[in-house]
Write a protein that binds this ligand. Structure first.
Ligand SMILES: *Cc1c(COP(=O)(O)O)cnc(C)c1O
Length: 361
């Protein structure tokens, strides 16, 4: 089989060394004669793995000691409900910056549980999609939290500033950007992420929550979504997704081997710069996103002649460049270039784009 580069937005590519390690110990984990999938989450071996994964994640993100790290079910969308249930009462408002389709989805879910207020929306600048930093007025004071999504996976929109929220805790959906660069966790109330973009396999989500925001869940909160119960039981109130947790742990070890998040950020910057410069240097391809807000993880681009889309995708597949079809709401192409995508994958994509333009332009 020729080398394949998988640009899927999620579930996404995992690092080769991680999968090789998982494969090597798949049927005989820690000389137990069993797979990690077959052992109790309450057994000594699994508890050790789980604790090490948490510690490695804490090390990578430099998580302060007054934050809980929770490993939960329900993916990113589960947190769309868990956040309002844990952080707000039905009469409370929650503030939302809507920068794309995922942060919009969070508003729809929150509206079942509290009174969301949209304080900023995706706009345009120079004819391109742009996110302006919202300015809050005094009508927003007293909100329970302020939700935003710094990397919009579908739209390919990102920003590296933090919304100004005063005393209102910031809640960030980092499903597609967590671990791609260093973070100052202390600036956030809650950070959450579904695993299947940049952490590991689907089925797991990670929640990093400041301890004063734990323990106030509404009475009707499903127990599996209650941050306090999860914290008290080391995320084992019920059976966690053990295999995903184990694999996430291997990814964290791999990230440490790579030099941690500063090193990853440099690699991610280089990959994104290479791809955007290929898009910008040609009239055959275009980005609809303002340069200030271009995601470094998910890169949508359009062919000037959309009638060539199908041929582009067919030839890309033949060249081993997989899953480049854009999200159905956006169209065109999208290349997701998370941590696991090596720069060689981006180079191969750029070379393919140039050759495709030469032949079809
Ligand atoms: C993928 C994604 C989600 C949804 O994740 P699920 O695990 O499918 O619920 C939410 N937010 C963002 C930013 C995402 O990329």
């Amino acid at each position: 089989m020729n080398q394949v580069f998988n640009f899927c937005a999620g579930p996404a590519m995992l690092p080769q060394p991680v999968m090789q390690k998982a494969q090597a110990e798949f049927t005989n984990w820690r000389d137990s004669g069993c797979s990690v999938m077959e052992v109790s989450h309450r057994g000594k071996d699994f508890i050790e793995i789980a604790a090490k994964a948490e510690q490695d994640l804490r090390d990578l993100l430099n998580v302060p000691s007054n934050y809980h790290v929770l490993f939960t079910h329900g993916g990113g969308r589960g947190q769309f409900a868990a956040v309002p249930l844990n952080l707000s009462q039905a009469s409370d408002t929650s503030l939302h910056l809507v920068s794309g389709s995922w942060s919009k989805g969070a508003v729809a879910e929150a509206s079942k549980y509290n009174k969301p207020v949209v304080v900023g929306e995706l706009s345009e600048k120079d004819g391109l999609q742009y996110v302006a930093k919202p300015v809050l007025d005094n009508t927003t004071s007293g909100a329970a939290y302020y939700h935003f999504c710094p990397n919009e996976t579908v739209d390919g929109i990102g920003f590296d500033w933090l919304p100004e929220s005063g005393d209102i805790p910031l809640v960030a959906d980092m499903s597609s950007t967590i671990l791609s660069h260093p973070l100052d966790v202390a600036k956030y109330g809650v950070i959450y992420a579904g695993a299947q973009k940049n952490i590991g396999p689907s089925g797991l989500s990670v929640v990093i929550v400041r301890d004063d925001l734990v323990g106030n869940a509404r009475q009707e909160t499903p127990s599996i979504f209650d941050y306090a119960l999860a914290a008290k039981s080391d995320s084992m109130y019920n059976t966690p997704p053990t295999f995903s947790w184990y694999l996430a742990g291997l990814v964290f070890e791999w990230l440490k081997d790579q030099g941690g998040l500063t090193a990853m950020a440099a690699k991610n910057d280089a990959k994104a710069a290479l791809l955007y410069s290929a898009i910008d240097s040609s009239d055959f391809y275009a980005s609809r996103v303002h340069p200030d807000n271009r995601s470094k993880m998910n890169v949508p681009f359009q062919l000037a002649d959309a009638s060539l889309d199908a041929l582009f995708l067919e030839k890309a597949e033949e060249a081993g460049l997989r899953a480049l079809k854009g999200h159905r709401m956006v169209g065109g192409m999208r290349a997701s270039i998370y941590n696991a995508m090596p720069i060689d994958g981006v180079k191969a994509l750029v070379a393919f784009m140039q050759e495709f333009e030469r032949v079809n332009g």
